[in-house]
Design a protein around this ligand. Structure first.
Ligand code: 13P
Length: 252
């Protein structure tokens, strides 16, 4: 069964007290109408420990935004999946386009990070998607296929079932542009077909595929109504409890 998931990626926003207020706002606004949706917040590293405590006992789960692939060692400034797991975090975003663009993240490191997260019992939220020029030249299917082949398809069926996929067209991130619900569905269906071809239908049908890219309260309902869209990875609109809650409520 595919889970419905709404995950907020806070990126480099919210200091500790601001982040805790946001979690309080989300917790207090969650109602029965939100039942059946997994709600995830992804604060910056320094707030993760307190975020886990603040979310404890509620429906809110916590994700890191990145990790390092090695267990420990001389990697100044980095954080390992074991460290993230040890403080009670359950998810980790891997392969976000901003990390690919600004921090030299590539298929080799993404693969290792996914392996490391799974080995420690964290759920990877694996991101892929094409840039504007690739979309405009009609290469978007080819691009996500290559990403899936290079970054995910080394996993066994048992492992891949533990991954959440987020399709994030780079041209729609933070730009106010959004993929139309039809464009989102078309790519999500394609990703699911790739999963089906590789792992079979039962596995493909058990994996949640989220849409990310200027998903807002006013467009979430239409996007989430599409057959192969199982939720969203939300940037800007995850920074206000009211907007984030409205996006979660879009499932009803
Ligand atoms: P926006 O919702 O701000 O476009 O960001 C999407 C995103 O990058 C989530 O990871």
């Amino acid at each position: 069964m595919r889970k419905k998931i709404v995950a907020g990626n806070w990126k480099m926003n919210k200091n500790l007290s601001e982040g805790l207020s946001l979690i309080e706002g989300i917790k207090s606004g969650l109602t029965a109408a939100h039942k059946g949706v997994d709600v995830i917040v992804s604060p910056p590293y320094v707030s993760l420990t307190e975020a886990v405590k603040a979310a404890a006992g509620s429906a809110v789960k916590v994700s890191a935004q990145n990790c390092h692939q090695e267990e420990n060692g001389a990697y100044t400034g980095e954080i390992s999946t074991g460290m993230i797991k040890a403080i009670g975090v359950e998810y980790v975003i891997i392969g976000h386009s901003e990390r690919r663009q600004y921090f030299n993240e590539n298929s080799a490191s993404i693969t290792k990070k996914i392996n490391s997260a799974l080995a420690k019992g964290l759920t990877p939220i694996y991101c892929n998607g094409e840039v504007k020029e690739e979309r405009e030249s009609g290469k978007h299917f080819e691009v996500v296929k290559r990403q899936m082949n290079d970054e995910l398809f080394h996993l066994s069926a048992e492992e891949v079932k533990k991954v959440v996929i987020a399709y994030e067209p780079v041209w729609a991130i933070g730009t106010g542009l959004t993929a139309s619900p039809e464009q989102a569905q078309e790519i999500h269906a394609y990703l699911r077909k790739l999963l089906t071809d590789k792992y079979g239908e039962a596995v493909a049908e058990s994996i949640s595929i989220l849409y990310g890219g200027s998903c807002k309260p006013d467009n979430a309902k239409e996007i989430f109504s599409k057959k192969d869209v199982d939720g969203g990875l939300i940037g800007g609109a995850a920074l206000k409890a009211e907007d984030f809650l409205a996006i979660i409520a879009a499932f009803n």
